[in-house]
Design a protein. Structure first.
Length: 316
């Protein structure tokens, strides 16, 4: 949630006139995140988040916003997009797709507890179950093809040690794909900063703009890699078990998912190491830009490689 596109008050007033939200009271840019432009917007009717989509097309956004409404309608704790006076969730602002989304109460967390991991596992299980009835499909734009393409772009910018880790992991992932894994709608970016909490209770999941149809276990791995880490980037057994147990109560996990759990932990770590390396070496300009350190996911990936057999025992 960075600010790449600056808007003026009169532009926002004109945009909000298409919605039944009353007059604008205040607005401010949001500095968290790295992909889209975001503003907090307060009006007479309530509090919202305005997102201007910097890289997604208008057609892409129909999938994301429809999914958000579908999940909210199925009681998954998540932010619901606001329809304009014609019933549409998406409009154009500054020649880019833009949407107004309800602003949930609460804030993100940095330090996770077993209770947090239990709640987020439960919510993901509900999300995956509800997603099975969402008909539109969207290919993962950051899947295996993107892995190979991004690795090629950054390869010459890495030192010998990082290049060796990257090359070996790409080869491992290529030889360990398994089409038997269950697929469905995944968030694909369910980090701590993409949730809101109020008095240690989950208010909702936000930022569905990487959501796609992919391997469900991949979504668990991405989330566990962020939520269940110890200070040394190893997996915390109690938090991981709490997450998986809660998830399993909402959607029964299959034996093949148990078998391939260590592989998908590595897949999730590789995906975010690559994206952070790319952002480091090819930064985008913006008014407020927050670039995250790739070294954290290098450490997570090397840990998941070293301890992959141990983490099988963390499966409940």
């Amino acid at each position: 949630m960075s600010v790449y596109t600056t808007i003026e008050q009169d532009e926002l007033v004109e945009f909000l006139a298409f919605y039944d939200v009353g007059e604008l009271k205040s607005f401010e840019g949001i500095s968290d995140g790295i992909e889209n432009t975001n503003y907090f917007v307060d009006t007479e009717a309530g509090r919202y988040v305005l997102t201007i989509f910097e890289t997604h097309t208008f057609e892409d956004m129909q999938y994301y916003l429809g999914l958000m409404h579908h999940l909210a309608d199925h009681k998954v704790p998540s932010a619901d997009p606001v329809a304009d006076k014609q019933g549409a969730y998406l409009r154009i602002l500054k020649d880019k797709p833009a949407a107004l989304v309800e602003r949930l109460r609460g804030s993100s967390i940095l330090i996770t507890s077993i209770s947090h991991c239990t709640q987020i596992g439960d919510a993901m299980g509900k999300m995956h179950s509800a997603g099975l009835s969402y008909i539109p499909e969207n290919t993962n734009a950051r899947g295996p093809h993107w892995f190979a393409q991004t690795a090629a772009q950054i390869h010459d910018k890495l030192d010998d040690g990082d290049r060796e880790i990257l090359d070996n992991e790409l080869a491992f992932q290529q030889s360990n794909r398994d089409k038997r894994l269950p697929r469905g709608v995944v968030h694909a970016d369910l980090f701590r900063d993409n949730t809101l909490w109020n008095n240690d209770k989950l208010s909702g999941i936000i930022d569905f703009y990487y959501a796609c149809n992919d391997v469900l276990l991949y979504d668990l791995a991405v989330t566990v890699n962020d939520w269940c880490c110890n200070d040394d980037f190893s997996l915390n057994q109690d938090k991981t078990c709490a997450f998986i147990t809660a998830y399993n109560q909402q959607r029964k996990l299959e034996e093949i998912e148990h078998e391939l759990w260590p592989v998908l932990l590595r897949t999730g770590a590789l995906r975010f190491w690559l994206s952070r390396l790319y952002d480091k070496h090819f930064p985008r300009a913006g008014e407020i830009v927050h670039t995250k350190n790739p070294d954290e996911f290098r450490a997570i990936l090397t840990d998941r490689i070293t301890n992959q057999h141990k983490y099988l025992s963390y499966w409940v």
